[in-house]
Design a binder for this molecule. Structure first.
Ligand code: CP
Ligand code: NVA
Length: 329
């Protein structure tokens, strides 16, 4: 059963349910490419709450809703948390809307919205999790790696305790994949999450390995990285650059996989050149021209980051259809 469900973290979904969401995402992508628009969300309204900035997530929700015949309100200056409690805000929005997306800092905010709204609430990124991104990432792997997900060796390199590290590790455990988190020990993920996921792996056939050695990308099907400093952590640049520079994804690291077909993924946005204000500031302060990935890898044949970005829209569409209509029930 999907109708009426929230998506707060993929921990709440079974492997079969994640499989069904991915299948629906592939279907809606095929439909859109064929010019078929069934408008399964006609007459529905959704609201998008953003405390943090976004390009892909906001646009994915808006375009997906438009394609499905729903109408969208974008809200970034509400009373929520300032003059009105989360509970009251959730109850009000639940009277107006058929679904609520939230992007912001605390996981507790999206959990509270879900508790009180009475309509599906979707996590569009918190400090802890970014579940809709992982669905797009798995869809992209299915398009570019000639193996079932359960046979994939997935290497996440960089800040392994951020929202992407957590969410990718959850997604791997759920789908029976081999997750290798490669990071300095001080950026290893939370031990409680790791042990919970290892217990899930016993059922799904997945595995979780943590290492501080980049040689462990050997045999990878996928190398994934994310920014070294997530939104809200901007004070950490100096320390992270020092800690993570040895973990930059370079062509040398790609070579260490010994897999000529290894796929490079990144949730984006990425600091791979000096074409951003932040990238320029970092260059002026620290003298580095690239952070988590070199421009060479980013633009190489291994990189499918723009397919991945597009798939945000198809997967978010699948999540909204599944949770606001009876399409999958
Ligand atoms: N990957 C991702 O969530 O992108 P935005 O921050 O642009 O939404
Ligand atoms: N870890 C990053 C992901 C951005 C999509 C952040 O939270 O800023």
């Amino acid at each position: 059963m999907f109708k009426g469900r929230h998506l707060l973290t993929l921990l709440d979904y079974t492997p079969e349910e994640i499989r069904a969401l991915l299948d629906l995402a592939h279907q809606v992508k095929r439909e859109k490419k064929a010019g078929i628009f069934p408008e399964r969300m006609k007459n529905k309204n959704i609201v998008l709450l953003f405390e943090k900035t976004s390009t892909r997530t906001r646009c994915a929700f808006e375009v997906a809703a438009n394609d499905e015949g729903a109408k969208v309100t974008f809200l970034s200056n509400s009373q929520m948390g300032k003059k009105e409690s989360l509970e009251d805000t959730a109850k009000v929005l639940g009277r107006f809307y058929d679904g609520i997306e939230f992007r912001g800092f605390e996981q507790n905010t999206v959990d509270m919205l879900a508790k009180y709204a009475g309509v599906p609430v979707w996590n569009g990124l918190t400090d802890l999790y970014h579940p809709t991104q992982v669905l797009a990432d798995w869809m992209t792997i299915e398009e570019h790696v000639r193996k079932p997900l359960s046979a994939v060796k997935f290497c996440y390199v960089g800040d392994a305790r951020n929202n992407m590290g957590n969410s990718l590790m959850i997604g791997c455990a759920k789908m029976g994949m081999d997750f290798v988190g490669i990071a300095p020990k001080s950026l290893f993920p939370d031990e409680h999450l790791v042990s919970k996921l290892r217990a899930i792996c016993e059922k799904t056939g997945g595995s979780i390995t943590l290492s501080d050695n980049i040689d462990d990308v050997d045999g990878a099907d996928v190398i994934y990285t994310d920014v070294w400093v997530s939104m809200g952590e901007e004070a950490q640049f100096a320390e992270r650059i020092k800690l993570l520079s040895p973990y930059r994804v370079t062509m040398d690291m790609i070579g260490k996989t010994r897999n000529p077909d290894v796929v490079f993924l990144h949730c984006l946005p990425s600091f791979h050149d000096l074409e951003t204000a932040v990238g320029k500031d970092i260059y002026n302060t620290y003298g580095i021209t690239e952070m988590e990935v070199t421009d060479e890898v980013f633009r190489s044949k291994h990189s499918v980051v723009f397919d991945e970005a597009e798939n945000r829209m198809h997967t978010i569409k699948a999540v909204m259809i599944a949770t606001t209509t009876d399409t999958l029930d």
